[in-house]
Design a protein around this ligand. Sequence first.
Ligand SMILES: *Cc1c(COP(=O)(O)O)cnc(C)c1O
Length: 382
Amino acid sequence: MSLRLSMSIVGAAEAEAVRRVITEDGYLGIGKETQRFEQDVAAYLGVAEKNVVSANTGTAALTLAVDALRPTPWNRPGKPRVLVPSLTFVASFQAVLAAGCEPVACDVLPDTGTLDLADAERRLTPDVFAIMPVHYASNPWHIDEAHAFARRHGLRVIEDAAHAFGCRHKERKIGSFGDAVCFSFDGIKNITCGEGGLCVIFNDEEARIAADARLLSVEGDTAARFSGTRTWDPDVKRLGWRFHMSNIMAAVGRVQLGRLESEFIPARRRLAALYAERLADLKDIALLRQSPDDFIVPHIQVVRVLHGRKDELKAALAARGIPTGVHYKPNHLLTLFRPAADALPLPVTEQLHSELVTLPLHPGLSDADVSGVCDAVREALK
Ligand SMILES: *Cc1c(COP(=O)(O)O)cnc(C)c1O
């Protein structure tokens, strides 16, 4: 068996859209196609176009959101802090740092791998201005509680929804409510632009700051470029980056968005349901918990391997040509983000890290592929 853990599902329609941008439009940078992509995503989520800011990666989108929401000016000795679950892609932590803030690693819940709000509360200091819940394995678990927690403590909520495009909580799409919600459209996410990202920022002024900041904070440059011109006499008042999404990326993204509901969502959900059904009776495997309030479009298929059998399972699957992944090595174990010696421990994150295995999941897999993986898991854990 030769399977991919994840992969881009792109073809003739995406190629045709890119060809059209190159040979008919001829303008490759941020322009009309990028604007149309933002309009399409805004319509899909049911939010205003002015609140949608596309970017060249999900990491850039997170950086823009943290930068736009951080309190300025900041007249304290330390940096503004953001509470982030340690169990996330290093992108979440690097984005906080890139925006001039300090990530504070928090523990997660054992059943879901999502931010443990009780642990986050213990790590609160006066310098904390935001929490960054990560919708781990596309699970928007406790998102209402996270918002209530933030309101109670006067914090902002910056969601890392890189896994969660297409997901819903109580029938409301992720990205249609909140403070700031950030998506990734890198090659293997629920939809791709090749590379790409986008943040929805619900405060109009903060959204404007982010839209400018992705173009070096040249004031009003987004509107100019969308109408095919540029600002030749601009002002710049704050830090900015070259984080914009090009017309080429947007063209791919628009085709992918059109395939999301009809193709990608049903395929990902069908394959994940098959995994759940076929692995349910294995005593050494536990699936992550989900709420009936949530409609989940799984980006990754994560299982917990209990009783210390993780390495054994990974080796047995590798021997059969089945790749597995690790999502993620906890950030507090990385040199750059090692916590202070007196920081509270993160026992659940470390326990989960010793259990989590990611199995192949993408819309290019057949039911037979997933059944084959499940048979191999069963055989390995016999
Ligand atoms: C993919 C991902 C990101 C970053 O997105 P890129 O587009 O790859 O920069 C951030 N957080 C999580 C949890 C991710 O999976």
